[in-house]
Design a protein around this ligand. Structure first.
Ligand code: HEC
Length: 211
């Protein structure tokens, strides 16, 4: 970036310098420019320099702002949010098969080990470290009343169902970047399948399994 400004500075700075400094040192007389009076040349050179500083400070800030706005980090963040908004999680046929045969009791056992330190398994409106998960199927992410969610969760736009929960519980940070749930995710499909079947039973009207 600096390299691109450099010739620009030289180009526009030189006439000010030439006129100002030559005027002071040689007192040259240009037929188009009348000779400068004593002190006037110096003042002109100083004014010229001030002008350069003002102009270039402004262009420097302008270029820096454009650079920051189009920097790789900013682009990455914007494209990430775009990707989330348009993302539709897909479940493989294999995983759907696993859901059909998964054991809810084993899912509950997994829930008690991995999730119950922050979420309980009861129908209630009270929250622990995490929000209450009763009726989580069909809930818009981040909307259980009385729980302080992260902005990331509130703005994620997910509606919880088998595929979005499966996506979230695989890698929580990927599904909701900036989430405050201190749990990375469950790598193995068979554990997630059991857990999802148990979670779907924590509902007034349990959801239908995907075909
Ligand atoms: C260390 C505490 C902790 C553990 C362990 C934990 N969670 Fe969470 N969970 C949270 C917090 C905190 C949030 C709110 C996240 C946010 O606002 O970013 C949350 C949010 C959620 C949500 C979104 C709920 C909503 O209302 O949008 C689901 C679903 C969820 N957790 C499921 C689980 C499951 C299933 C497990 C076990 C595999 C689990 N969590 C383990 C703390 C935890």
């Amino acid at each position: 970036m600096l390299i691109s400004i450099h010739p620009f500075i030289r180009l526009s700075a030189s006439p000010f310098f030439r006129r100002g400094i030559e005027g002071v040192e040689n007192q040259q007389i240009n037929p188009l420019n009348p000779p400068l009076k004593k002190g006037e040349a110096k003042e002109k050179a100083i004014n010229g320099w001030k002008l350069i500083k003002e102009r270039h400070l402004f262009s420097f800030c302008l270029i820096l702002t454009f650079y920051m706005a189009s920097s790789p980090a900013a682009e990455l963040q914007n494209s990430h949010q775009d990707a989330l908004a348009h993302f539709k999680p897909v479940m493989s046929a294999d995983f759907k098969g696993m859901l059909k045969t998964a054991d809810a009791a084993a899912g509950k056992e997994f829930f008690m080990r991995k999730c119950s330190s922050c979420h309980d398994e009861f129908k209630s409106k009270t929250h622990g470290k995490g929000p209450n998960l009763w009726n989580v199927f069909g809930r818009k992410a981040g909307t259980a009343e009385g729980f302080e969610y992260s902005d990331a969760m509130k703005q994620s736009g997910h509606i919880w169902n088998f595929s979005t929960l499966n996506y979230y519980l695989t890698k929580t940070e990927r599904a909701v970047p900036g989430r405050i749930m201190n749990f990375r995710g469950i790598r193995q499909d068979k554990y997630r399948a059991k857990l999802l079947i148990f979670l779907s039973s924590m509902n007034d009207t349990p959801p239908v399994l995907p075909d």
